[in-house]
Ligand binder design. Structure first.
Ligand SMILES: Nc1ncnc2c1ncn2[C@@H]1O[C@H](COP(=O)(O)OP(=O)(O)OP(=O)(O)O)[C@@H](O)[C@H]1O
Ligand SMILES: [Mg+2]
Length: 377
């Protein structure tokens, strides 16, 4: 009816590529996934992030069809595929265990899916060449996969899936066996390929830095439940639960035991007994329990030249350990109440020494109040 192709494309983009409704999975008495409802959009890079055993692989395997759900429905591009076997779903999964064919060499492994799909010889050739470049295994095309390192096998597994150009590519920790440098290169390349090909990526990792760097959105999981879904920025700066705040990045966390609002400015007393000013903000609804979370970079060491007023609000403590991270250092500081703080120190500041007494302040905007959820059952 409407002939504008651009509008049609826009509409398609906003339709979910994968719709997951009340999906759940139990193994006997054990619940691996509590009911989950989630839309994954076309062309999106979505990451499942969570600690070992939280249900990431189980969820991924239900999308690809290798695991049968205990309940719920999965739609792929508008079609209910819940009862479809894996080969009838236009998805490819890269397995945590690689699952390469041992009797085929690198090139034959990568070509395998294309032969099944009856892709033309020339198209197949160019896709395989591009994929081999991506995984940086030029010259190793004839090598048997039993003669590859773990990281090389992992890359072949990824190339084998990418050449098939599925609607959805499911990647289960595809970079975990690579050294840091290759891993960073592959992260950049994978992102590039993903936006070039427009394939929807569902990516699994327990590496939070990788998740933050690569994803459009992140689903943070814990013990088979969703803690939060949001962009990298939201997950990092607005953690919805204490778990998210503790699992992603590092943070200073304290239980809030009292709040007071004074001329629109909020102050909280934390478990050590200390009052902390949070600047102008609304007092959250009473009745709930809160924790206060402050990222290391939300704390500033006060220089000797600082204004009187910031000295007054500042906390004094002794440096007990320094963690050098290259772009910045983290100072571990024990204050006079015995509380330990983790403070990021930028390269601009003079280096501090273990044993030194310093003063620091909490940037009010960087302090987040997180409601503690009661997690029953
Ligand atoms: N076939 C099975 N039978 C019984 N329990 C299972 C089975 N498969 C997985 N589980 C359990 O379900 C939970 C989730 O497993 P899953 O493999 O999804 O975790 P994961 O988040 O992928 O962990 P990892 O990061 O270690 O790969 C785990 O506690 C696991 O022991
Ligand atoms: Mg797993």
């Amino acid at each position: 009816m409407n002939g504008d192709p651009k509008e049609k494309y826009e509409m398609k983009k906003s339709d979910p590529m994968v719709r997951i409704q009340d999906l759940q999975k139990s193994f006997g008495d054990f619940t691996a996934l509590h009911p989950l409802t989630l839309d994954i959009f076309a062309g999106e890079f979505l990451t499942f992030l969570g600690p070992s055993g939280c249900g990431k692989t189980t969820l991924l395997r239900m999308i690809s069809g290798f695991e049968e759900p205990t309940g719920g429905t999965i739609y792929l591009d508008g079609v209910d595929v819940t009862s479809f076997p894996p080969h009838r779903r236009d998805v490819n999964q890269v397995f945590q265990s690689y699952a390469l064919f041992p009797h085929l060499n690198v090139q034959e492994n990568i070509e395998f899916g294309l032969k099944m799909k009856k892709i033309s010889k020339s198209e197949s050739k160019s896709r395989v060449e591009q994929a081999i470049q991506l995984i940086q295994l030029q010259g190793m095309e004839r090598r048997k996969t039993t003669e590859l390192s773990g990281g090389q096998k992992q890359r072949v597994a990824m190339a084998r899936a990418i050449v098939c150009r599925p609607k959805v590519l499911l990647l289960d920790e595809p970079l975990s066996a690579l050294d840091a440098q290759l891993r960073h290169q592959m992260q950049v390349e994978l992102k590039r390929i993903q936006s070039q090909l427009g394939i929807t990526f569902v990516f699994v990792t327990h590496d939070q830095e990788e998740a933050l760097a690569m994803s459009d959105r992140i689903l943070v999981m814990n013990r088979g439940s969703v803690e939060q879904i949001g962009t990298s920025f939201e997950i990092y700066h607005q953690p919805a639960t204490p778990f998210v705040a503790s699992f992603i990045g590092s943070s200073n966390r304290m239980a809030v035991i009292e709040m007071r609002s004074d001329e629109g400015k909020l102050k909280v007393r934390v478990d050590s007994g200390r009052w902390i000013s949070l600047g102008k903000r609304e007092e959250p609804k009473s009745g709930a329990k809160f924790i206060l979370s402050v990222r290391p970079e939300g704390i500033e060491v006060v220089g000797e030249e600082s204004k009187e007023e910031s000295i007054e609000e500042s906390i004094e403590g002794r440096v007990i350990q320094i963690l050098f991270r290259g772009d910045q250092s983290h100072l571990f500081v024990r204050d006079l109440l015995g509380v330990e703080w983790r403070i990021a120190q930028s390269a601009r500041q003079r280096p501090y020494r273990v044993g030194e007494l310093i003063r620091f302040t909490i940037t009010p905007l960087a302090a987040i109040l997180i409601e503690e959820r009661n997690k029953g059952g």
